[in-house]
Design a protein around this ligand. Sequence first.
Ligand SMILES: Nc1ncnc2c1ncn2[C@@H]1O[C@H](COP(=O)(O)OP(=O)(O)O)[C@@H](O)[C@H]1O
Ligand SMILES: [Mg+2]
Length: 308
Amino acid sequence: MALTEIIEIFKTKLNVSGILNSLDKAADFYGESDIYSEMDDPGETIKNNPYNGPGGAFVKNVDAGKLSGKKEVPLIKLTDVWKTYQMGESEFAALRGVNLEIYEGEFLVVLGPSGSGKSTLMNLLGCLDLPSKGTVFLNSSDISELDESELARIRGQMIGFIFQSFNLIPTLNTQENVLLPLEFLEEDARTAREKAAYLLEIVGLSDKKYNLPSQLSGGQRQRVAIARSLAVNPPVILADEPTGNLDSKTGNYILEFLYGLNKKEGKTIIIVTHDLELVKYATRIVYIRDGQIEKIEEYTQNKPEGMI
Ligand SMILES: Nc1ncnc2c1ncn2[C@@H]1O[C@H](COP(=O)(O)OP(=O)(O)O)[C@@H](O)[C@H]1O
Ligand SMILES: [Mg+2]
C-alpha cells in the first residue's frame, strides 16, 4: 500500500480530519501559523481528543449523498408560526405564518433585510423563545409542551449558538467561556478542561486560553464563540449574523470554518443574515421579508454566476 494511501486512511480515521481540512483553506487567508498552533502532529491531536466515543467521532460523519434527502424527520419544523410583540397599546407581528422544515446536514441561509424578522426567527428555530401562534417542533417534540428545564436540556444538547456580537462573558477568560455550556452537563472538571483545550486547538487559540475577551481581536472572539458552540458537540449550529462585526477576510475564515463543519462533519448549519456573501455554501436559501418567507431556493451545485 502506498504511503499516501495509508496517510489517507489515517486521515479518514481521524475524527478531526474534516476540521483540519477546512482549516487548511482558512489558513491560506492568514498565510501564517496562527490557526495551526500546536496542530502540526494530527496523531497527537487524536490521542488527546476527548470526544472519542464508541462511534469514534467528534462529530458524526454523514454520507454527503444523503444530505439533501428529505425523507427523514426534520430536526426543526415550524408550522404556521407567528410572533407578535406588544408595543404599548398596539401589537406588531414580526413573523407572520412561517412554515419551514430543516433537515440534518443542511447548510441553510435565511436571507433578508434588516427588520425582516431574522433574529426573531433565529430565536424560535433555536427554541430560545416560544411562538405567539403556531408550533415549533424540535426533533419531533412540540417545544411548547416541554417544561422549561427539559427544553433547556434538549436545546443544550442539540444546538450551538453563534451571535453577531459574540456574546462572550467579559469577566471569563477564553477557556472559561468555552467551558460554560459543559458546566450545565455536569461534566467532570478534568474532561471539561480537556474538551476546552481540544476545541481551542481546533479554532487555533490554544495560546489564548487565559485571555479575557477584551484581550482578543474580533475574529478571535468569534472563534472562541465557535469553540463554545461546539462544546457539547451539537448536531446543529445556529448563527445570527456571525460575520457582522468582522472584516471581510476574518468573516470569510468564519464562513469557511462553518462550511468545513457542514461538509466534512455533517453538522447542520443555519445562518440568518442580510449579507449575500454568506450564501456561498448554502444548500438552501430562505428569503424572508416582512416576517414572511418570500421564496426558498435549493442548490445541489454551485450558485449561478454573479450571485455571490
Ligand atoms: N422585543 C421586541 N419588541 C417589539 N418589536 C420587536 C422586538 N424584537 C423585534 N421587534 C421588531 O420586529 C421586527 C423584526 O425584528 P428582528 O427579528 O430583530 O429583525 P432582523 O433580525 O431581520 O433585523 C422589527 O421590526 C423589530 O423592530
Ligand atoms: Mg437581527
